[in-house]
Write a protein that binds this ligand. Structure first.
Ligand code: SF4
Length: 314
């Protein structure tokens, strides 16, 4: 965990406070997203390229990639280049075949840890388990995990477990970015609801997600306010917000430095910073700099008000 202190030598002789801003030990862009961006940039250097779906939930990075001529489409039927790239979230064989059938060259930037999740689900099905995926039904990674399956369930909340039909064998895996505590809780519920069934769980939550979730808890427990940085559509960022809110009353989700509001902070706050797996270092740095500026402004105001108060006549 990185702690940055600065002592404000303000014009006030009565107030001298130590401002503390703490970064989570693990935060920001994961290796899977970094590698996907590098691959896109490299490929775009030698041929026209379209990325299918969201490569990264960050407007600044997307704008830079578009400037390099990279196109973004959600539907393979709208692709105008000869080469398409699958994002770190991966895709089903069915989708890959459909894209290739259109005569397009496919480059996969699928994260190795998403491949691990695909292998886990395939293994469970081969062994005769009914696959249950813990995750967001419409998330691109979950669609990739399920589109090749004949029969499966996707669960996210306790109520979803009530909807499951009885089976003799359940094989459970998770979307890589789900909080592991939720995953373990839901696996326990399935075991309790179907005590006679054989339930096998393969933990496919990725290590970067576990590290960011764990660090977010540690951070939120020691801060007065937490800033979570990430795209509005970033699922893992929203999960970080939810996790931090369980441990800290003041949690704000921001995308860029301009989103910060001075009113969110009090003069003696310890403020924590964490960020989702597609947030670049430059955005985290800009927000930390802006936080220092806001805190300095607030403390100078507090100092001035203290001078005024102490100098005031009864
Ligand atoms: S969040 Fe995890 S699985 Fe997804 S790209 Fe990053 S490292 Fe890979």
């Amino acid at each position: 965990m990185t702690v940055s202190h600065f002592v404000l030598q303000s014009e006030c002789r009565f107030v001298k406070r130590v401002v503390k801003i703490i970064r989570a030990e693990h935060l920001g862009m994961c290796f899977g997203v970094r590698d996907a961006i590098k691959l896109a940039v490299r490929e775009a250097g030698s041929r026209p390229l379209t990325v299918l779906g969201d490569l990264v939930h960050n407007e600044t990075v997307l704008a830079e990639l578009k400037q390099r001529g990279i196109e973004f489409r959600n539907d393979a039927n709208e692709v105008n280049t000869g080469t398409v790239m699958i994002t770190a979230h991966g895709a089903s064989e069915r989708k890959l075949s459909a894209v290739r059938a259109r005569g397009l060259r496919v480059i996969e930037a699928t994260c190795p840890l998403v491949h691990v999740a695909h292998s886990a689900v395939a293994k469970l099905v081969r062994q005769g388990f009914h696959p249950v995926i813990i995750g967001l039904r419409d998330h691109v990674e979950v669609r990739g995990l399920t589109e090749d399956l004949a029969d499966y369930d996707v669960v996210l909340r306790e109520a979803d477990i009530e909807q499951l039909q009885p089976r003799t064998r359940f094989g459970i895996a998770a979307q890589t970015t789900q909080p592991i505590e939720r995953v373990r809780h839901l696996v326990g519920l399935i075991r309790r609801r179907f005590p006679d069934a054989e339930v096998r769980f393969i933990d496919t939550v990725c290590q970067p997600t576990k590290q960011r979730q764990h660090s977010a808890v540690e951070l939120a427990q020691q801060c007065d306010a937490v800033i979570v940085i990430g795209g509005a559509h970033s699922n893992n960022t929203r999960e970080l917000v939810e996790t931090c809110r369980r441990h800290c009353a003041r949690v704000h989700h921001v995308r860029k430095a301009d989103d910060l509001c001075e009113e969110w902070f009090h003069p003696d706050d310890t403020v924590g910073i964490t960020a989702g797996t597609s947030t670049p270092d430059s955005v985290i740095g800009a927000i930390e700099t802006q936080l220092h500026k806001l805190r300095a402004t607030k403390e100078i105001r507090a100092s001035k008000s203290s001078i005024h108060h102490q100098g005031a006549k009864p």
